[in-house]
Design a protein around this ligand. Structure first.
Ligand code: FAD
Length: 438
């Protein structure tokens, strides 16, 4: 295939789709505004990790890059909750053998860029896209370069230049929303050369309106993230001295604090960042399309931002192949079909924040989890918990959200009923009946 495809943004999604399109025989160029991360000391110095799960793994396998990253993944079998006294409770993520993986963002991105170059993709760094001409399929860059293509893919993240350009076109809808919480990353260094916390878990310190989480890294550090309101009580605004930070952590996260001797230094050295949800439609215009965060940035609480972006890539390639690479038909169809699933994961991610920070340690939540485990044990093929649908399956996000709401309704009914004996057959009948209706 002779079509020339230009991709704006060599982040996770851009580099992955570059590999896949090159393997399908296209001429592919990627333009990235930053310098090459493989030579950048800034990128190498930070260990920021992400949870990689089924929807992200499948496309990596299809692109032939999964085997290279697999040795660096750290399985996380479930949540390890830390209460305020330091007591631990464990909840598995799914059935026996189901787990999610901690992966270094920088390592995964570098590996994908390497794979893109090895498969023949041309990657240009220090190329910041500043303008798109949708009539001429032309991209302009800050350095004066301009490029014409048969297809332009915007994978330039939550603040996409391509999307900003679309905002000046007719009948383009866009919304953005910052939540009231920001986040700050902190690092737990190895203790006597070993992990400071148990290695194969995602650790959570749920504290009502805020929480701390920690994911393991290959160098035996843990990257902790504090999700915390910007304003109010307590909030980032209230922690303005080292003494205030120390006493706040002593009160709420004493066991984590004991593992971070330089806590207050890290707290003031590391940035506080905001969290945004963006939605837009359509994702396409002429021969241009948005994928990944550029099309749908979500809050990180379901660990699905990258995973959904990778799934975007798989579905885009599958649809394009089916439609014989006819871009003029593919782009509007893809945008229209995928949008509802992007909206659904966006809603699920916001819902999961409340679950993680507020409910995971709550007795009613635990009762519901126990009930759900029993229903699933009796009807493993009919009742798949919402977390499993989202994390371990290909069920479209919109369907997972719909079924999850029905499951909640059914469990609410059971938990509110006065009867002691639980009739699991009745539960599944009720679920199946509601499923057909909704
Ligand atoms: P990005 O990774 O943002 O890449 C965009 C690229 O485009 C960048 O390289 C950027 O430099 C480049 N670019 C931007 N503008 C231009 C321009 N004008 N010209 C050229 N290049 C440009 N997701 C998960 O699946 N699991 C998790 O556990 C998880 N945890 C997260 C935790 C936090 C705190 C945050 C903030 C996000 C998390 N995510 C997670 C989400 C995940 O990081 C994103 O969904 C993912 O990075 C999106 O990939 P992308 O390639 O679309 O965008």
């Amino acid at each position: 295939m002779k079509d020339k495809i230009s991709i704006v943004g060599a982040g996770l999604v851009g580099s992955l789709i570059a590999v896949m399109l090159k393997k399908k025989g296209f001429s592919v160029q990627v333009f990235e505004k930053r310098e090459d991360p493989r030579n950048s000391l800034v990128a190498q110095g930070r260990s920021i990790n992400l949870a990689l799960s089924h929807r992200g793994i499948q496309p990596l396998k299809l692109a032939g890059v999964y085997d290279t990253i697999a040795p660096f993944l750290i399985p996380m079998n479930g949540r390890m909750m830390h209460d305020q006294s330091g007591a631990l409770t464990y909840q598995s993520y799914g059935k026996e053998g189901q787990f999610i993986n901690s992966v270094s963002r920088a390592q995964l991105n570098e590996l994908l860029i390497n794979s893109a170059e090895e498969s023949g993709v041309e990657v240009y760094f220090n190329h910041k896209c500043t303008d798109i001409d949708f009539e001429k399929n032309n991209i302009s860059f800050e350095n004066g370069v301009s490029v014409e293509s048969d297809l332009i893919i915007g994978t330039d993240g939550a603040f996409s230049a391509l999307r900003k350009k679309l905002q000046f076109t007719d009948r383009f809808n866009f919304s953005q929303h910052y939540i009231e919480h920001g986040y700050k990353e902190l690092s737990i260094k190895p203790i006597n050369g070993e992990f400071g916390l148990e290695q194969n878990y995602l650790h959570i310190w749920p504290r009502g309106n805020f929480m701390l989480i920690a994911l393991p890294n290959n160098d035996k550090t843990f990257t902790c993230t504090l999700f915390f309101p910007f304003e109010g009580s307590p909030s980032f605004a209230q922690l303005s001295s080292k003494t205030e930070v120390d006493s706040f952590f002593d009160q709420f996260f004493a066991d984590a604090k004991a593992l971070i001797p330089d806590l207050s230094d890290q707290f003031f050295e590391n940035p506080t960042s905001s969290l945004i949800t963006t939605k837009c439609e359509p994702w396409n215009k002429g021969r241009s399309i948005l994928l990944g965060d550029a099309a749908h940035a979500i809050v990180p609480f379901y660990g699905q931002g990258m995973n959904s972006g990778f799934e975007d890539v798989r579905l885009f390639i599958e649809m394009s192949e089916k439609m014989n690479w006819d871009w003029d038909s593919i782009l509007p169809s893809y945008s229209q079909q995928r949008k509802k699933d992007a909206d659904a994961i966006s809603e699920l991610a916001l819902m999961n924040f409340i679950e993680m920070r507020d409910h995971v340690g709550d007795p009613i939540f635990l009762k519901r989890k126990k009930l759900e485990a029993k229903i699933q044990e009796q009807f493993p093929n009919e009742w798949i918990p919402l977390y499993s649908m989202v994390t371990f399956s290909d069920i479209p996000y919109s369907e997972a959200l719909r079924l999850g709401k029905i499951q909640k309704q059914v469990m609410d009914e059971v938990l509110q009923s006065e009867t002691e004996e639980i009739d699991y057959n009745k539960i599944i009948e009720r679920f199946n009946a509601l499923k057909k209706v909704g």
